[in-house]
Design a binder for this molecule. Sequence first.
Ligand SMILES: [Fe+2]
Length: 149
Amino acid sequence: MCQLYTTNYPLLITHILNEAKMYFELLSKLERREPFSKEYLYEQELFWNNIMKEHAEFIRGLLDPSETKLMMTADEFAEKYEMILKKYAKNPYDLQRISLKETINFRDFKIAGEEEILNCNIKSIIIPLLSDHVVREANHFIRLLKNLS
Ligand SMILES: [Fe+2]
C-alpha cells in the first residue's frame, strides 16, 4: 500500500485482481474438466453481485459532483446489491431471480450512461472503455443467470 501512485481507486485494482483470479480458477476447472457444482455456481452469483455493487460505487465516484441525480441512482444500485449480498449470502432462495431483475436494470443504466458519456452529455472522469467494460460484465452476468434457470 502507498508504494505506487495511481489515479485508480485501490478498490478498482483489487476488483480487477479478483476478476483475474476468478477467471483463472474458472479456466483451471475447465482444463480439469471438472463439473460446476451447485456451490460453485452459487459462489459465482455472489461474486458477480459483488462486482456489480463495486461497479455502482466506481460509477458514483467517477461522476462529476454536479451530476447529483446520476450519483444518487448509482448509490441506489450499490445499496440494492449490498442488500442482495446481505440477504442472500446465507439463504440462496430467490437469489437468481432478484439478481437477474436488478442486473438487467443496472445494465440498461450502464448502456444509457455509456451513450451519454460518448455524446458528452454526462460530466465525469469515466473513460469510455471503462463504461463499456461494465456493460459487458453486466451482460456476462445476465447470460450466466439466464443459463442457470
Ligand atoms: Fe469489472
